[in-house]
Design a protein around this ligand. Structure first.
Ligand SMILES: N[C@@H](CCC(=O)N[C@@H](CS)C(=O)NCC(=O)O)C(=O)O
Length: 206
């Protein structure tokens, strides 16, 4: 990839970390531009007009083109690489886990982390407080499904890491910030260590 890549991000967001981890595993350089989402910096008229009309990071920029949605940006970086299975079923199965991540995992595991570790339980509004138990249950259901899947295989798809692992690693490895207990999911814990052993791996704090 010869074009300059800029990641518009908030460093502590798992969605942004997915893109940094993909780039690191593939040895791709990324410039980073930080926004304070706690102070509405992705909701300014300039951001909405130029970077993402949906008012959110991450957004991957290449030249004058802007690509929001973490998993789409990971795919842009990894298309044709070792992180995307070569066979048709494997690619679709990878997407299956990336959609699972966005529908069953991130809205529960990541939202609980945001509420508990960033907003603070005592500052949640009535509506958020009313959702805590259902999000905890749904997050645990997602982790259980992952644990059962990983009991019989080293990575989500096939025998090598793919974007499915990157997408699910980002918020799973910090799930305890949201009140989840990872030791309840030993196969998930073992998988986290396997992802961390991959050449090029970078931690979220890097
Ligand atoms: N589905 C999107 C979710 C993006 C998202 O929720 N971004 C959050 C941070 S993780 C954000 O920008 N929040 C600030 C806001 O909504 O104002 C993705 O995967 O990129």
């Amino acid at each position: 990839m010869t074009e300059k890549l800029v990641l518009h991000e908030y460093a502590q967001s798992g969605n942004c970390y997915k893109i940094r981890l993909t780039a690191a595993l593939l040895g791709l350089p990324l410039e980073r531009q930080e926004y304070d989402i706690m102070n509405g910096e992705t909701r300014t008229p300039e951001f909405l007009e130029k970077v993402n009309a949906n008012g959110r990071i991450p957004v991957l920029q290449m030249g004058e083109r802007f690509l929001p949605e973490s998993n789409a940006a990971c795919f842009y970086l990894a298309d044709g690489s070792k992180l995307v299975p070569e066979d048709r079923f494997g690619r679709a199965d990878m997407l299956r886990w990336m959609f699972f991540e966005q529908y069953n995992h991130e809205p529960n595991v990541a939202t609980m982390r945001f509420w508990m570790a960033f907003v603070g339980e005592e500052r949640l509004n009535e509506a958020q407080r009313g959702q805590v138990e259902s999000k905890r249950a749904a997050g645990n259901a997602a982790l259980k499904l992952m644990d059962e899947h990983l009991a019989a295989r080293p990575f989500f798809v096939g025998s090598r890491p793919s974007l499915a692992d990157v997408a699910l690693y980002a918020y799973t490895h910090v799930a305890e910030d949201g009140g989840f207990t990872l030791s309840d999911y030993p196969h998930v814990e073992a998988w986290l260590r396997r992802v961390e052993a991959e050449p090029g791996y970078v931690p979220m704090s890097a």
